[in-house]
Write a protein that binds this ligand. Structure first.
Ligand SMILES: Cc1cc2nc3c(=O)[nH]c(=O)nc-3n(C[C@H](O)[C@H](O)[C@H](O)COP(=O)(O)OP(=O)(O)OC[C@H]3O[C@@H](n4cnc5c(N)ncnc54)[C@H](O)[C@@H]3O)c2cc1C
Length: 492
């Protein structure tokens, strides 16, 4: 029987090992090694709907997680103050009851029509009403794709407890890695044990305990996205109404996240040390906490990170995933999404044997995933703000492709296939939502000429009307988020 050894029990190691066990069942032995003396990073708490796919696949329900692990439903992200003070827009997830595969053109055309008529309300995505009123669609959390706000520690512990009899678990520090010609021969544990395996997965977070011993080029993206520090500070919370969105609030030198969980907000400040000092960042965050939550900064933790990724994420008999593979600031909650995709791709590309073809295909795929994420996050900073050195830098260093996109929007509209090679991540509709939120779709003339040149005017109107009907029914059937959470929690 083949053996796969995963290092790390953070979100990456847990998702990967449980996904593998579910996929390979008894054809592979799954071994998980972690050092309980080293804490998991514990801050990744906002997810995308891929979490629902993953949970469904491994047989864990969102209801179970709500009951046992402090988590809540998430419908999207609110971007506050990105275009200047007192502005906001939402980036939401898919509306239920709309078949997204066969009718993609419908949503795309409907959005064009909605923007043209000043009636755009995230026509592909959940209407803003849900986020503003703390409501969720009636079909949640059972059978419709949704995301979750998770308590990182409780989530990992709970999922792993469900697999504890199926996965071999070793609690020990890896103190050495024996490598020959980029092939890992064995891992040496603190008690002297040697661990051999057919495939090693490095899910050891920023310590990159396996991959740092292999030759893979690190692509440093810090001039593209200069964020490199975060101060996490949870806020105890009793809600009047439980929010359904992650808040990403822009500041002079970065942005603050706020993630609702049942008993607290996961919160923190992301900034770049190129533009502000740690002391200044702490003061700014403390001020924000006081103003918004009437509490002071308590945390003395500063997370330092380097923005970038390994060019080749599969070398010989080792694949890196999660933070070990790379990191992009968490503005669109893309990291856990990437982990789920990495687990899925590995099960597809590793037919329980190693071959060059699969290695190269996997590496190309992951390069594309990271490029897609970096580009989409970079677009958020095209705000034209110059109220700080940070924002001026972000605008002055805007990459050409963003300026070219803006110029295209003067005379046309985003095309359905413009971002088609982005796999399932950040495609046309995400770009329409973000460009509209940032005020980049300002030329009605551009949309009008796109629709009329292609004879889409009538059809876009009827697509729009069709979607509005479904949205009205969904709105009518909306349920309070509090009600859903309380009813799930009180179920025996
Ligand atoms: C500030 C910040 C905010 C974030 N917010 C989000 C978000 O909202 N949404 C999102 O999707 N992602 C977010 N992320 C990313 C997210 O936190 C990670 O993708 C996720 O937690 C997975 O981490 P990990 O499992 O790769 O690493 P970790 O959680 O760091 O786990 C590493 C594991 O490796 C083990 N280990 C390390 N060295 C050794 C050794 N020598 N021997 C044995 N074991 C070892 C440790 O014991 C630990 O179990 C955020 C990240 C940061 C920095």
């Amino acid at each position: 029987m083949k053996k796969i050894t995963i290092v790390g029990n953070g979100t990456a190691g847990v998702i990967c090992s449980t996904f593998f066990k579910t996929f390979w069942k008894d054809s592979a032995e799954i071994e998980l090694i972690f050092d309980s003396k080293k804490d998991i990073i514990g801050v990744g708490e906002s997810t995308t709907p891929s979490i629902f796919e993953y949970l469904k696949y491994i047989g864990v329900s969102s209801r179970e997680l709500i009951k046992n692990t402090n988590c809540l439903l998430k419908l999207g992200i609110k971007f506050k103050n990105w275009k200047g003070k007192n502005t906001h827009f939402y980036h939401n997830f898919n509306e239920p009851n709309i078949n997204h595969n066969s009718l993609n053109d419908t949503y795309f055309l409907s959005s064009a029509y909605g923007i043209l008529k000043n009636e755009f309300d995230n026509d592909f995505y959940l209407q803003n009403f849900f986020l503003e009123e703390n409501k969720v669609p009636q079909s949640f959390p059972d059978d419709t794709s949704h995301a979750l706000h998770i308590d990182a520690k409780k989530f990992s512990e709970y999922i792993l407890s469900k697999f504890k009899n199926k996965i071999s678990i070793i609690d020990s520090e890896i103190i050495n890695v024996e490598v020959e010609n980029n092939i890992i021969k064995s891992l040496i544990l603190e008690d002297g044990r040697k661990i051999k395996s057919d495939l090693f997965i490095d899910a050891s977070g920023f310590s990159r305990i396996l991959f740092k011993n292999l030759d893979s080029e690190w692509i440093n993206m810090s001039s593209y996205l200069p964020m490199n520090r975060a101060i996490p500070n949870p806020i105890k919370k009793i809600y009047k109404k439980i929010p359904t969105f992650t808040l990403a609030e822009s500041t002079r030198n970065g942005w603050i996240w706020q993630i609702p969980l049942q008993d607290r907000y996961g919160s923190g400040y992301n900034y770049s040390s190129n533009f502000t000092t740690d002391e200044e960042a702490k003061k700014d965050f403390d001020k924000w906490l006081c103003k918004n939550h009437n509490v002071n900064l308590e945390s003395d933790r500063t997370i330092k990170y380097e923005t970038g990724y390994y060019k080749n994420q599969w070398i010989g008999n080792c694949i890196c995933i999660g933070l070990a593979s790379g990191f992009v600031e968490p503005l669109e909650s893309s990291s856990i999404h990437t982990i789920i995709r990495q687990a899925l791709y590995i099960t597809n590309f590793y037919p329980l044997n190693i071959n060059e073809f699969s290695i190269k295909t996997y590496n190309r795929k992951l390069q594309n995933v990271y490029k897609t994420i970096f580009d989409f996050i970079r677009l958020h900073y095209y705000t034209k703000r110059n109220d700080s050195k940070f924002h001026s830098y972000m605008n002055e260093s805007t990459p050409d492709w963003i300026k070219e996109l803006e110029s295209k929007l003067e005379n046309s509209f985003i095309n359905f296939y413009d971002f088609f090679d982005n796999d399932d991540l950040f495609t046309t509709m995400n770009y329409i939502t973000l460009c509209n939120g940032l005020g980049l779709i300002k030329s009605k003339k551009g949309i009008e000429s796109y629709l009329s040149n292609n004879n889409f005017l009538d059809i876009s109107k009827s697509c729009y009307q069709q979607i509005q009907k479904i949205k009205m029914i969904n709105k009518y059937n909306a349920v309070d988020h509090d009600k859903i959470i309380n009813s799930v929690k009180n179920l025996h």
